[in-house]
Ligand binder design. Structure first.
Ligand code: PAF
Length: 287
């Protein structure tokens, strides 16, 4: 990274549309590497770690904040999604080479929309794909358009959304966009709860109750050599049901194809979704 670019970067900026953002980025020159961190706001330490990694690997970091209506299959979920824009801006302003972009819907989805829907296959039929119809097509669409308009060198996503990461990689493969898609480990609180914007909607008591999620995943991992998969899952569900949450799914699939597996010899991932009161939480563990 050249020192000239470093000096130029030293200005925290917020843009509200892609045209101004791209105009600003032009000043840095064509060689500039741009790390994109797409978010829906309600930022937490998990996002900050994505920003920090993007800052290490790129000349500048663009963080987008856009609550994408197309990826919510349920209007009350969209309404309840936490919005903490002022705190988000304050958090990011501590990072000097960060540019925030807060586009509106018409920027992200213009009349001349550049996106042609892709085929997600099994990714859209199992786990999150099955339980949140329309969610992944909406994620693929928004991320495609962010990539198209911002043209980042690399983009960073948390692996808590393990299946989302696979969807985004598939979208990039099919659309042949030239973006490196990087996955970053899930960030957890001191008790193991995966950080999530949705945790903002949990009470202190619910944050404690939600620990059954990581406890169940760890239970499965610790017993993975003792039982056949179906038996292991049944035992894990009994374990989970001792807690207060309502299980939506708990399953073990191949970590790349997302197909069901019969044994745990290959690279497999255990994924879970559960409701803590009204709040839907997901998590996963590689076995
Ligand atoms: O993971 C998220 O916050 C969202 O799904 C994303 C990738 C920003 C797309 O809206």
């Amino acid at each position: 990274m050249s020192p000239i670019i470093t000096r130029k970067m030293d200005a925290f900026r917020i843009f509200y549309d892609f045209i101004q953002l791209k105009e600003h980025m032009k000043h840095f020159g064509a060689q500039l590497t741009v790390g994109l961190v797409p978010t829906m706001g309600a930022l937490h330490q998990g996002h900050i770690e994505l920003v920090e990694r993007a800052a290490i690997e790129n000349d500048i970091v663009v963080v987008t904040i856009f609550v994408n209506p197309k990826q919510f299959n349920n209007s009350s979920d969209l309404k309840q999604y936490p919005r903490t824009i002022e705190t988000d801006i304050a958090l990011l302003s501590a990072h000097k080479n960060v540019i925030i972009c807060i586009p509106n819907e018409i920027d992200v989805y213009p009349k001349n929309d550049p996106y042609s829907p892709i085929t997600l296959g099994i990714l859209n039929q199992v786990l999150e794909g099955k339980y949140r119809p329309g969610h992944f097509p909406g994620v693929a669409h928004v991320v495609h358009n962010l990539f198209h308009f911002i043209e980042p060198t690399s983009a960073y996503f948390g692996l808590k959304d393990y299946q989302q990461f696979a969807v985004i990689r598939e979208m990039v493969k099919q659309t042949q966009l030239k973006v490196k898609v990087e996955g970053c480990d899930t960030v957890r609180d001191e008790n193991g709860l995966a950080l999530s914007s949705r945790n903002f909607n949990l009470s202190e008591e619910q944050i404690n109750d939600a620990l059954i999620i990581i406890d169940t995943l760890r239970y499965i991992k610790s017993k993975k050599n003792q039982f056949e998969i179906d038996h292991l899952l049944a035992k894990a569900k009994d374990f989970f049901n001792k807690g207060k949450l309502t299980l939506e799914y708990l399953d073990i699939v191949d970590a790349q194809s997302f197909k069901k597996v019969n044994n745990l010899n290959r690279k497999t991932v255990c994924c879970i979704a559960a409701f803590c009161g009204e709040v839907r939480l997901i998590d996963n563990i590689l076995l």
